[in-house]
Design a protein around this ligand. Structure first.
Ligand code: PLP
Length: 265
């Protein structure tokens, strides 16, 4: 059998298995892509929130990236939780020296419970140093607030956020509208010239832990398979829409989206 497409996630570990690199690996598998990891932080967390974060030294995050890129080969990469400035800087530096395919930056700042996953002092490095390397950045609306100080309330606001984030240098921006009070879940994709709206029916679930990671991972898997950014985002949206429909209760708090739906029984 020839080698399957490969994807690398540079992300934090969620001990509960619903988000972070665990969500990414499950999504890569469901999308028939060989998943690899560079772990940025280990978290102790359950369905009610993050208990503690143990960041990995930046130099060791970089070593993991070099190890897989230099031998196995990486067709596409995503970043998730980067924890602190040291890790962001190390990731930027290493991505300048190895080929890891198109890069999806999911600018993870906090969990849905409000637990911080990126120290405030790292936001600047994320936007000014990492965004210019990205084929695609995928902020949700709370992340837009942290990155731009912009409170988005409607589609016009989403387009304004996309324009301002595009100015940091990524080739595409996907502003996710899941937090708007809309009967459909609309995301706005922008390439500096035109806006493309992707909509899907909203499934009323509180069990959406890991939804941002999963969308970015499914999009990264599609890029690894050779799709262009608009087609990969459409594939990512299809995957997350079904995963939210397949979400389930777990523990006493917020359960995860379901990564099983594309895996045959
Ligand atoms: N833990 C880790 C390691 C993550 O990367 C993320 C999101 O990216 C979360 C927790 C939070 O996930 P959510 O906000 O979907 O609950």
């Amino acid at each position: 059998m020839s080698r399957p497409p490969t994807a690398l996630t540079i992300a934090g570990s969620d001990s509960g298995g619903g988000a972070g690199l665990q969500a990414d690996l499950k999504t890569f598998l469901a999308c028939r892509v060989h998943g690899m990891t560079a772990v940025t932080a280990i978290t102790a967390q359950h369905s009610r929130g993050v208990v503690r974060v143990y960041p990995v030294p930046g130099s060791f995050v970089a070593e993991q990236v070099v190890a897989v890129a230099s031998d196995i080969g990486v067709d596409a990469t995503k970043t998730g939780m980067l924890a602190n400035r040291e890790v962001v800087d190390a990731v930027v530096d290493v991505l300048g020296s190895v080929d890891v395919g198109p890069l999806v930056v999911d600018p993870v700042c906090a969990s849905q419970h409000g637990d911080p996953l990126l120290e405030p002092g790292a936001v600047d490095a994320l936007t000014s140093r990492l965004f210019p390397l990205a084929a695609l950045v995928t902020p949700n609306l709370p992340e837009v607030k942290v990155l731009l100080g912009l409170e988005v309330r409607d589609r016009d606001g989403m387009r304004e956020a996309a324009r301002r984030l595009f100015d940091y240098g990524p080739r595409w921006v996907l502003v996710k509208g899941g937090h708007l009070d809309d009967p459909v879940a609309v995301d706005v994709l922008y390439d500096g010239e035109s806006f493309n709206e992707l909509s899907a029916p909203r499934h009323p679930s509180v069990h959406t832990h890991g939804s941002g990671d999963t969308l970015a991972a499914a999009t990264t898997a599609a890029l690894a398979r050779g799709l262009d950014v608009p087609a990969a985002v459409a594939a990512g949206k299809e995957f997350i829409t079904a995963a939210v429909e397949g979400s389930f209760a777990l523990g006493s708090g917020r359960g995860p989206v379901g990564h099983f739906w594309r895996v045959r029984q």
